[in-house]
Every structure is written in C-alpha cells, then in structure tokens.
Ligand binder design. Structure first.
Ligand SMILES: Nc1ncnc2c1ncn2[C@@H]1O[C@H](COP(=O)(O)OP(=O)(O)OP(=O)(O)O)[C@@H](O)[C@H]1O
Ligand SMILES: O=C(CO)[C@H](O)[C@H](O)COP(=O)(O)O
Length: 329
C-alpha cells in the first residue's frame, strides 16, 4: 500500500467524516482507548459525542419509573441516527446534553462535525440503522470485577454517588447490560477485553497494569500492511519489568477471532520506535502519544494498534474514493 505524503493534510481537505463507534458499559474504559486518536490528530480533526446525551429521562425520572438508562426505550436512538446521518453528510446539528453532575438535562448545543467523530456510550450501534452508519466499531469489555472497581471509583469521585448507591445500581443494571448493551460485541470490528494482570490484582492496580486482549474477526485481521516491530534487544537489555505478548485464536460469540494478548510493561523507547514506523508508513506525524511516560502498558500498546487500524481504514477509504473518482474521469 502506498500512502500519500502528509496524510493529515489529505484528511483535512477531504469531505469524508469518519465515524467511530465505541460501545461498552459505564466506566468501562471507552475514552481511555480512543484518546489516542485525538492525541494523534488533535481537536481540529477529532471530536466526540456521548450517547448519554440521548437519554430520554433524567436521573430522578428513571428512579421513579424504576428503570435503568440501559434500556433502548430509555434513549432517543432515532434522534441519534438522524444526527449521525447529518454529521456524516458534514452538516452541523443541534444536540441534546445530559449532565452527570446532578443527572439532569442541560441546554441543547450546536455540534460541528470534524473529520473523525467518535461516538461513545452504552448504545452507539445498538440498532441495524445505527450500525450501518459507522466506519469502525469497537466494543470495550473489561471483566466484571475490573469494571466494577473502576465504576465505583469514578461514580463516587465524579458523579456525586455514594458507595451503597453505586453498588445497588450495579446490581440493578446487570440484566439490562446483558440484554441491551452486550449484543453490540457480536458486531464490533474490534473487541477489547481487560483482566487483572499477571502481576496480581494489588500490584497491577498500583502500577495501573492490566492484561489487555485485542480481538478482531479473523478475516479482517489485517496488520500485514504495516510493520509493527518490537525490538527484542530493547526488551532484554533495557527493561527490568515483565512484559508478555501472545497471539491466539478464539471463538467467543461463535465468531472466529484472532486475539493479541498483552500484559506487563515496556520501555518507552520500544513504543517510540513503533510510533516512528507508523509515521513513516502512513505519512501521519508526529504520533507522540506516550510523551513523559515511564513505562508503556498493554492498554497503551492496544491504543496504539487500534489507532493504526483506524488510520489504515481511513487511508484505504481515501484511496478507494480517489480511484473511483479517477475511473469516472
Ligand atoms: N485500560 C485501563 N487501565 C487503567 N484504568 C482504566 C482503564 N480503562 C479505564 N480505566 C479507569 O476507569 C475510569 C473510566 O474510564 P473511561 O473514562 O475511559 O471509561 P468510559 O467507558 O469512557 O466511561 P463513561 O463513558 O461511562 O464516562 C478511568 O478514569 C480509569 O480510572
Ligand atoms: O450508564 C451510564 C453511562 O455513563 C450512566 O449511568 C447514565 O448515563 C446515567 O448517568 P447518571 O448515573 O449520571 O445519571
């Protein structure tokens, strides 16, 4: 595959709006995994929308009705689809806003589409109509105990909940999660699982290291277009930390998947070499998403690989559009 020089400029001038859907439970790490795309392309080219804004009922009303926000019927998925269609057509939209501070709605805001729009939440591609609008979809799927630890910390710290409330909300949500959110995992282009690290729960949490598994349907598993070499000498000479990488086949949800399993920590040098390879091979630079980090974890490596997949998908889209236009002339 040959890439045009300065691909960032090509994206800036192109009318294409590339829509990325990231589904997963509340506090499951959706933003953590897509931040790399914003880090690479910056706020001028990347913006995000949270599906929480499309709730139909505020926190009080949901409590009175005895429902969770995970029900499809508790969200205006029709308006979401309408808004996403407009965004893909490059049109600005008037978007609802849900504020988590007190669980109420704020005033609608104008949203101007950028060249990449990341749509995150419980139901970004929960219906066929929505799924058809996306160029790339990700499902973030941490183990239950990992997810609940994160959610308790996040909801108590940032959403004004007390521990008992979060724990009872977690229990109440579980059946709805399986019924309304999890099915998106079956149709995602990439699934990210997160488990406690081989370091053990306590040490792993202290170091913020988890085992991260990136799975993609076997036939779409296409890293062959880029060399993402890991320098074994770096691993041997420069680091005293543990690191493991394996690639396995698995069949969750009856899909044939290839999965990359990463755990432990890498030296930043190793990842910087991979960043330079991506810059060289894509014409998108600089890709400095791991500035000032002492160590690189599985989460970081998977973030980088996912951004490569997305950049690759975006470049292919431009090249195929270009050849279609050329064949019309
Ligand atoms: N891979 C990870 N490694 C370490 N901590 C993580 C990871 N992913 C998430 N977390 C923790 O969980 C918290 C929530 O993560 P994040 O904001 O990415 O979730 P989210 O799914 O976008 O949440 P929501 O959409 O509900 O606001 C983070 O502040 C962090 O503490
Ligand atoms: O599942 C969630 C997505 O983040 C939230 O619980 C949902 O958006 C409702 O928010 P809040 O609990 O702040 O009223």
């Amino acid at each position: 595959m040959t890439h045009p020089e300065n691909f960032r400029e090509v994206i800036r001038q192109s009318p294409i709006v590339y829509l990325i859907g990231v589904a997963g439970d509340s506090g499951s790490g959706k933003t953590t995994f897509t931040r790399a795309i914003s880090d690479i392309f910056g706020d001028e080219l990347v913006s995000s929308i949270t599906v929480d804004d499309y709730h139909l009922y505020d926190r009080n009303d949901r409590a009175k009705m005895g429902i969770t926000p995970l029900l499809h019927s508790a969200n205006n998925l029709t308006l979401l689809a309408q808004n996403l269609r407009d965004i893909k057509a490059g049109k600005s939209i008037l978007k609802p806003v849900y504020s988590h501070e007190h669980g109420t709605f704020a005033r609608n805001v104008q949203f101007e589409p950028t060249k990449f729009v990341i749509v995150e939440g419980l139901h970004p591609y929960a219906t066929d109509e929505l799924r058809a609008l996306y160029d790339y979809t990700i499902f973030v799927d941490p183990d239950k105990d990992v997810k609940y630890d994160w959610k308790i910390r996040r909801d108590m710290g940032k959403r004004n909940y007390n521990r008992t409330d979060v724990e009872s909300e977690i229990k109440k949500r579980e059946p709805d999660y399986h019924q309304y959110v999890e099915p998106q995992r079956l149709i995602a282009d990439a699934v990210i699982q997160i488990k406690y690290s081989a370091y053990g729960k306590e040490e792993g949490e202290k170091r913020n290291v988890y085992q991260v598994i990136l799975s993609m349907p076997a036939q779409e598993y296409c890293f062959e277009d880029i060399e993402l070499n890991i320098d074994l000498c770096d691993l041997f000479k420069k680091s005293s930390h543990n690191f493991s990488l394996s690639c396995i086949s698995q069949n969750p949800d009856n899909r044939k998947m290839r999965a990359l399993v990463v755990d432990g920590e890498l030296m930043p040098d190793t990842i910087h070499k991979i960043e330079r390879q991506i810059e060289y091979q894509t014409g998108v630079s600089p890709i400095n998403i791991f500035r000032n980090q002492e160590h690189i974890t599985g989460t970081d490596l998977v973030r980088l690989m996912l951004s490569w997949q997305i950049i690759n998908g975006r470049i292919s889209l431009s090249l195929s559009n270009h050849s279609q236009t050329a064949s019309l002339i």
